[in-house]
Design a protein around this ligand. Structure first.
Ligand SMILES: [Zn+2]
Length: 552
């Protein structure tokens, strides 16, 4: 009996991202799977009476993109329910945005916002007084765009019980006025929890709305699989489970559970039980565990081998290294994939020490542990990453000398020499490490993978041509490598490579159509290509109707 396809795409430039990097003309889809990939002529054999047909007229087809680290539930809810500070260029502008929010919602019991750039308050960060002026009566808590700092007013400090006597919590900093010693309004890393523990979390409904809004944006960018790191919130987990049951997920989510540095090894059983609860979903599962080892350069909390240039500090370790090692080893034994936030070179060394220790305690298994961000890496540790088979999850969206960040923060904080060797990519690939790219949305608001791909190739701010602005030029990589990092390598890192990540017979029909062939475009214009069609398991989740017509 002949098997007919539900849909056949003809006349495409299909870049399959299979082992041989082969190209094809046609793809046939049946029951959500890829039935055939190859020549137009042969695809005809799968065309039955019910088969729908798309003539691609020479357009490019790629596997659906992965985002290997995106805070979907948090970012989605924030975008809908908090003050947006992303365009504010000064503390005053941010305060004005808060005031406008308060004018619209005078009964708000707490005001949260997100998105201020660290350049609006270098050093000890933005100050509480400017917020006190507009909101003396209600707590205001504003996350920086990287979510590693929280700018608060006096009412929020009061709510948290922070006084002049309050010491910095482990792995955190309460910024203080250098003259008076008084908390000045910015909290870093774990010190943020002193306030946020008192702030009501988003409801399940709010999270669901946020996830659905994200899915819509992501489908238009060709994203079909995502890893959301650090789920620690019952409501967000419930939101995913409900959306799965309601059949509303159009992205395959493989998320991580947050590993709390306060609880150490004692929480492993809890995490195992939590994972069990989400192990049956088709599109939503939590198979990995997320550690934060350090903070970020812009908060001077990334943990560095050599001290910062502007202050006498190496940064902050979020975990006690011994406790991290033991906890990681236990999670490894429980067959969690471990996903580690590490920015500083000293932090990455500690991260690897723990993974090495975990391997030594156990028989070998296909762990695919990952380290993400990797802003500064000691070259010796690149070899260790390869040896331990650690996946790199870099953020190519940050591979540039960003006007505010690079010259106002990275160069003065790290010194010229270190700033010049940030964000390795090609040297990871040369070492044989699998690199799976990620946006870290909402840290990167414009998370379109074509942006990330372009930046990985050029390492230059889009629109710029000045060669001096290329960030760490030796780390530029090829377009083919960047495409892999957003497709098959993402699948590998989430243990989905048997299922998707390339266009091969038997895999899920996660496919996208682009208006142009990326290999024929100037490097600096890759992000101007457009996604015209996104299929998730053969189902259309995005289509530009004027550009792509389906006939039967
Ligand atoms: Zn992140």
């Amino acid at each position: 009996m002949a098997v007919y396809a539900d849909l056949i795409l003809y006349n495409g430039k299909v870049y399959t991202v299979d082992k041989d990097k082969s190209w094809a003309e046609a793809v046939a889809v049946a029951g959500g799977d890829i039935l055939f990939v190859g020549a137009n002529e042969e695809a005809k054999a799968y065309e039955g009476e019910q088969t729908k047909v798309i003539d691609l007229e020479g357009r490019m087809v790629l596997p659906g993109f992965f985002d290997s680290h995106a805070h979907v539930s948090m970012g989605g809810a924030e975008a809908l329910f908090t003050v947006d500070l992303n365009d504010c260029e000064s503390q005053q502008e941010a305060a004005d945005a808060v005031k406008k929010f308060l004018d619209d919602k005078p009964d708000a019991e707490v005001i949260t916002g997100v998105g201020w750039g660290n350049a609006i308050g270098t050093g000890i960060g933005p100050r509480k007084e400017i917020l006190d002026e507009i909101a003396p009566h209600v707590p205001v808590c504003l996350y920086s765009e990287d979510h590693h700092s929280l700018w608060v007013n006096s009412k929020a400090l009061e709510l948290a019980g922070i006084t002049n006597e309050t010491e910095n919590p482990k792995g955190g900093v309460i910024e203080r006025d250098p003259a008076t010693g008084e908390a000045s309004g910015t909290l870093r890393e774990s010190a943020m929890n002193l306030v946020t523990n008192h702030i009501p979390e988003y409801t399940v409904e709010q999270y669901k709305k946020g996830i659905l809004a994200y899915q819509k944006m992501a489908a238009a960018c060709g994203i079909t699989s995502v890893h959301e790191p650090f789920m620690r919130n019952g409501n967000a987990l419930d939101a995913y489970n409900e959306l799965e049951k309601e059949g509303k997920l159009t992205i395959r989510f493989r998320n991580s559970l947050f590993v709390d540095p306060e609880k150490g090894i004692d929480q492993v059983e809890e995490l195992v039980a939590e994972r069990e609860k989400h192990s049956q979903g088709t599109y939503f599962q939590t198979n990995s565990a997320k550690f934060f080892i350090d903070g970020v350069v812009e908060g001077a909390t990334a943990y560095l081998e050599e001290p910062y240039e502007h202050i006498d500090s190496h940064g902050e370790l979020v975990w006690d290294p011994e406790s991290y090692k033991e906890t990681a080893a236990r999670l490894h034994k429980e067959r969690f994939t471990i996903h580690i936030h590490s920015i500083g070179d000293a932090s990455t060394r500690i991260a690897l020490d723990g993974l090495e220790y975990a391997e030594e305690q156990d028989e070998p298994f296909d762990s695919r542990h990952a380290i993400t961000h990797l802003q500064l890496v000691n070259p010796e540790d690149i070899g260790r990453m390869k040896k331990l088979n650690v996946v790199a999850v870099p953020n190519p969206y940050w591979f540039m000398k960003e006007p505010n960040y690079y010259f106002d923060i990275e160069e003065p904080y790290l010194g010229k020499e270190r700033a010049e060797r940030q964000y390795p990519m090609q040297s990871l690939i040369d070492a044989g490490i699998i690199a799976a790219s990620a946006s870290d949305y909402p840290v990167t608001m414009n998370f379109h993978p074509l942006n990330g791909i372009q930046l990985g190739v050029t390492r230059l701010e889009p629109g710029k041509t000045d060669e001096d602005l290329i960030s760490n030029p030796g780390e530029r990589t090829s377009l083919a490598n960047m495409i892999e990092s957003f497709t098959i390598n993402g699948a590998y890192s989430l243990k989905l490579d048997h299922l998707t990540g390339s266009i091969e017979k038997g895999k899920k029909a996660d496919l996208i159509v682009l208006d142009q062939n990326l290999f024929e475009m100037p490097e600096g214009k890759i992000n101007q290509a457009k996604v015209l069609l996104t299929l998730f398991e053969g189902k259309e989740v995005y289509r530009e109707e004027e550009a792509i017509s389906v006939s039967s």
